[in-house]
Design a protein around this ligand. Structure first.
Ligand code: GTP
Ligand code: MG
Length: 370
């Protein structure tokens, strides 16, 4: 793996992709976010942004844990991954539930939906959208700081009766810092005291210019309670996703990130993993953070056992040696010896991190340190 895409490098440095593109342009290199750059250029950029370069062990590099780029012809469209953020009580959970209620597949199977921290909705048109249960702003930025920028699109929920509140602004700042496009869902529009226009105006103060105000940020009036505006919101998500041309190579060893993990009575360590690339299969040997394992079972968001999970799919993974942390990377490796080797290496790195005051290694080819 001698190259990395601009976006991936930006993620690792917790910088905006657009800023990297600008910098590269100044250096005389015109590239887009999804284009790979070579290692020398990447190192230059890392220094330019005041970060320190750290190459992790050959073990990590050799198996291509990170920083490897799939050839363009291997890429296939994947579902967008959407996170809902906003102030307390503005209706994030209600909106998620309402959106989940539009899932045509769940309706058919009649299955009991299971809380796995993430779920997929199949729209009337057959498109799939992956939603992450709001992990809280802290978790969002923590995961991002650790190089796990799993969200493609943020939906900012603002209650039309309450307007912009401290956590709304926090969410705006996190989203900006992550360089993730935002769709504003103005919620509780059923309330008599709702004032969506005021929300739009207040957003201007934070440089969020919505379409109605002549800007480019999509906004939509919804009521999670009355279930209005949901189709429009879904349309806007799909439109945004289309512009982004989200893709992944399904035909490779799987990689993913931990959304949440816990020790489950009877089932042992269980992690909800969002698959990013490749297809994760029952029987696969993997490393997950500093833990390793062999996939004993995969459970989807409808509580069904599945044999495989492809890009943008959240699944519960059973068969872990221990409980990983949110944001940890899952990587499928060829055999158990390899898994143990990489896990031991990562554990060693983690110990080093704790015992020295040295800055954190993000287990990436380039770490993003100030
Ligand atoms: P936290 O998880 O505590 O941050 O809250 P939340 O953002 O998830 O809000 P939640 O969905 O729990 O909704 C908070 C309250 O607002 C609940 O009493 C909901 O019933 C109410 N609510 C949510 N959406 C709407 C809506 O569209 N209209 C009205 N009238 N009430 C709503
Ligand atoms: Mg909630």
């Amino acid at each position: 793996p001698e190259s990395i895409t601009v976006q991936e490098l930006a993620n690792r440095m917790a910088e905006k992709g657009a800023d990297l593109v600008k910098s590269l342009f100044k250096m005389g290199t015109a590239v887009t976010l999804n284009q790979p750059i070579d290692q020398d250029t990447a190192e230059l950029l890392v220094e330019e942004f005041g970060h320190r370069i750290q190459r992790v062990s050959d073990a990590d590099v050799e198996i291509g844990i990170e920083g490897d780029v799939d050839a363009p012809e291997t890429l296939q469209q994947r579902a967008p991954v959407v996170t809902i953020m906003g102030h307390v009580d503005h209706g994030k959970t209600s909106l998620l539930d309402a959106l989940r209620g539009t899932d045509v597949v769940a309706g058919e199977s009649g299955g009991i939906t299971q809380h796995i921290g993430a779920y997929q909705v199949t729209t009337k048109g057959g498109e799939v959208i992956t939603f992450l249960d709001t992990p809280g702003h802290e978790a969002f930025s923590e995961m991002r700081a650790r190089g796990a920028n799993v969200t493609d699109i943020v939906i900012l929920v603002v209650a039309a009766d309450d307007g912009l509140m401290p956590q709304t602004i926090e969410a705006i700042n996190h989203t900006k810092a992550a360089g993730v496009p935002m769709i504003v869902a103005i919620n509780k529009c059923d309330k008599p005291e709702a004032n969506p226009q005021k929300v739009r105006e207040r957003l201007l103060e934070h440089e969020i210019v919505v379409e109605d105000m002549g800007g480019e940020v999509q906004d939509v009036q919804v009521s999670a309670l009355k279930k209005t505006g949901l189709d429009e919101l879904i349309e806007k998500i799909l439109l945004q996703a289309e512009v982004m041309e989200l893709s992944a190579n399904p035909d490779r060893a799987a990689e993913g990130n931990v959304i949440e993990a816990q020790l489950d009575k009877g089932r042992g360590a269980v992690a909800t993993v969002l698959v990013r690339k490749g297809v994760l299969k029952v029987g696969d040997t993997f490393v997950i953070g500093a833990e390793s394992g062999k996939v004993r079972a995969l459970v989807n968001d409808k509580g069904q056992n599945v044999k495989t999970a492809g890009p943008s799919t959240p699944v519960e993974v059973l068969g872990l040696s221990g409980v990983p942390r949110a944001g940890d990377q899952l990587t499928v490796v060829e055999n158990e010896a390899r898994a143990r080797e990489v896990a031991a290496y990562r554990q060693e790195q983690a110990t080093k991190k704790r015992t020295t005051s040295a800055p954190t290694s993000f287990e990436h080819m380039f770490s993003a340190l100030n």
